[in-house]
Design a protein around this ligand. Structure first.
Ligand SMILES: [Zn+2]
Length: 424
């Protein structure tokens, strides 16, 4: 008798396990960047409830992103997200939705999914429960659907009797969580677009990203206008950093600008030429990683940023510096093109050269100096020595006698290696 009772319990439990099933449902939403974090937070909160109910947490998966570039240079990032949750199902019955009865107004809320929606006949039916057949005041009724296609409308109190599940409120709560998630996602995917972009100013909560090409064209205009670039580290009270000025000019807060500032902005507003240069600089920066060049951390970073196109305001200083970095690289490239070999290998000859710089290295023989010279036509000469010459000044032409050791190409540049250099 006792063992029969045990096996009855086992069978009962097994049937419970087999009867409670869940169906995974995924639904897609378009959501704007700055609302995604809020949505994630809200879902996290709902997931805490889901955990208490022992059901699988709701997941947000980002499927794709796209940039919407505004005329002002702000960029809005849109994400296509997929929300996956499990719809509770018991003995062939699954939850389709909830009807909220508020006075005479009915709010129909379907559980997000692909094909199941609350059939329209329930819209005008009132708070009737198909189980007890009593039409009384009820705040919510649940619409459930059997695998065989029949629908029922059941009051919250009757769910237990109708389904026979020992915790029907748990199932109902799971269904409600799914509906809340879908409500949230719908709410967050609606964007109020009525505020004028131009009056927001940079770093407004609504904009996290800006267009790199447009911003760089402002940087270029400022550098052309002033004749120099002021880096973040060189900026001071008297000398504002270029990235900062460019940010203020590109994203002006009109109400806070003086007439003079407005005039200045208008006078240096970038044109086609600046925009074209900006695109060239971006292409150059992108190519640094693509070409697998041996780049330092800084160049690696600006290359990564250039690939982004939609730039986070936190990276604006880096973004601005792409232009001076590009300029420097182009100058170097021009110099390399000019430089040719000079002299005959093995011979001792006279040259007029200017010293560009001296690099110092230390190895186990002691200190080694690299004297980097340029002759009057821009050809590069290198002298590797452990003595050097005293009193040689940078950028002052001097006449020297030297032996041509070899001709070589270094960093894409032709250079002549010399030794035994003496002043004449
Ligand atoms: Zn009832």
């Amino acid at each position: 008798m006792f063992s029969l009772f045990i096996s009855f319990i086992v069978i009962f439990f097994l049937s419970m396990c087999f009867n409670v099933t869940t169906a995974s449902k995924a639904i897609q939403y378009e959501i704007i960047d700055y609302k995604l974090d809020q949505l994630k937070e809200d879902i996290e909160r709902l997931n805490k409830r889901a955990k208490r109910l022992h059901c699988k947490p709701i997941e947000i998966i980002i499927m794709s992103e796209q940039n919407e570039e505004k005329k002002s240079g702000y960029i809005r990032k849109w994400y296509t997200i997929e929300i996956t949750g499990e719809t509770p199902k018991y003995k062939g019955w699954s939850f389709v939705g909830i009807i909220q009865h508020i006075d005479d107004v009915k709010i129909i809320k379907s559980i997000p999914g692909e094909d199941e929606e609350i059939p329209t006949q329930y819209r005008d039916r009132g708070a009737i429960c198909d189980h007890c057949q009593v039409n009384r005041y009820r705040k919510d009724t649940f619409i459930i659907r059997h695998d065989n296609g029949t629908y029922k409308q059941v009051g919250r109190q009757c769910l237990k009797d109708f389904l026979g599940h020992d915790n029907p409120h748990n199932l109902a709560a799971q269904a409600e969580i799914l509906i809340q998630v879908s409500d949230l996602a719908c709410m967050y995917s609606e964007v109020e677009d009525y505020i004028d972009d131009v009056n927001r100013g940079p770093k407004s909560a609504q904009y996290k990203y800006f267009s790199l090409a447009q911003y760089l064209s402002w940087v270029i205009s400022i550098v052309n206008n002033r004749g120099y670039f002021v880096s973040r580290s060189k900026a001071s009270y008297e000398q504002r950093a270029t990235y900062d000025i460019a940010q203020d000019l590109m994203f002006p807060i009109w109400g806070k600008m003086s007439a003079r500032e407005k005039d200045y902005r208008e006078s240096i507003e970038p044109g086609e030429k600046e925009i074209e240069t900006a695109h060239r600089a971006i292409e150059w920066a992108e190519s640094l990683i693509d070409n697998n060049e041996d780049v330092n951390d800084y160049l690696y970073n600006i290359s990564s940023i250039a690939k982004l196109k939609a730039i986070d305001f936190n990276l604006i200083g880096y973004a601005a510096s792409i232009y001076p970095a590009y300029n420097k690289a182009m100058e170097k490239k021009e110099e390399s093109k000019i430089s040719n070999y000079v002299g005959t290998i093995g011979k001792r000859e006279n040259f007029t050269v200017t010293l560009e710089k001296v690099l110092t290295f230390e190895n186990h023989y002691g200190l080694i100096y690299f004297y980097l010279f340029k002759d009057l036509t821009g050809n590069k000469l290198v002298w590797k020595t452990n003595t050097g010459i005293n009193d040689l000044e940078i950028n002052i032409p001097v006449a020297v006698k030297a032996t041509i050791k070899k001709h070589e190409i270094k960093y894409d540049c032709k250079q002549t290696v010399i030794n035994r250099v003496v002043l004449i």
